[in-house]
Design a binder for this molecule. Sequence first.
Ligand code: F6P
Ligand code: MN
Length: 343
Amino acid sequence: MVYLTRVVYNARHLTLFKLAGLSMQTVQHIFEQNKTPKPLVAAINAVLDASKEIAFLLQKGAMGGVLGCADQENVQGETQKKLDVISNDLLKDTLKACPEVAGIASEEEDFPVPANKDGEFLVIFDPLDGSSNIDINVTVGTIFSILPSNGGDGSDEKTYLQSGRNQLAAGYVLYGPSTLLVMTTGQGVDIFTMDPTTKEFVLTDCQSKITPSTQEFAINMSNQRFWAKPMQNYVADLLQGEEGKLGKRYNMRWIAAMVAEVHRIISRGGIFMYPWDNRDPSKPGKLRLMYEGNPMSMLVEQAGGLSSNGDIAIMDIQPEKIHQRVPVILGSKEEVETALSYQ
Ligand code: F6P
Ligand code: MN
């Protein structure tokens, strides 16, 4: 990707850039700069169109009558929130109407949904990651992954079972204090902030990099007794801080939304883990490979970090099922390497 300069807009920089005569760059400009093929731009824009609607509904909150449960479960046996279902339908309808999209797969759909016969892309998504946060007004996000359809049938699960290395684009829209788009097309990671007035995504940081070392970790500690011994040993050493063999004091964070944890890591480094545990032997992890593990791994690797299932890079896994689960260890390169040295 060719950038003339690193463009960071905050109050101070904005004045500087205005003085320097630089204009605000939007998603569209970035696409033009990095020569993203037009059909791929169309598929990404379809995701963004739906995400703007989702952001609007989230902001309406209780006034929109969209909070609470939907009285139904998804294919993984989890109770769906009303907004899980609404977000899924918005993305599904918008993507089906996009001629470039051959099919979609979603956390909230039991089976892949065919879209357009001649579409070049498959779009896989988690419509609202971290949805237990909705009712407490805490950050959630839409995660997306775009794969080539290779002329395959959008209704056939096999068409979708490609490794993360095949992803043409990946990203998330984060619905927090601001609505952000964090995206890669394989040429680095760019961050855009939605202007609440124009609903346009404006570039606010480009070529984001994850700091290689960190003193911050994220894991659900309540599962400690269920983890495998190597993970227990690693986290025990993190907790020992400067008195233990890692020789530094760590802080812990847990937002319970992978999308927000990954965003923190892209912003200031860290390690995020949802490791294998023995609560349910039929599940190799909690998170899903195709719409959580793979897109987040592409972003993390593109930002200079590492992402592993404890054994191999997540994007090197050959998927066997659309709703396949995967253990996840991702984030700052050196810390992930340390965690992996225990495995
Ligand atoms: O999508 C699954 C998810 O909500 C992730 O976003 C999050 O990291 C994780 O589950 C939280 O799990 P738990 O409820 O076990 O803390
Ligand atoms: Mn999720």
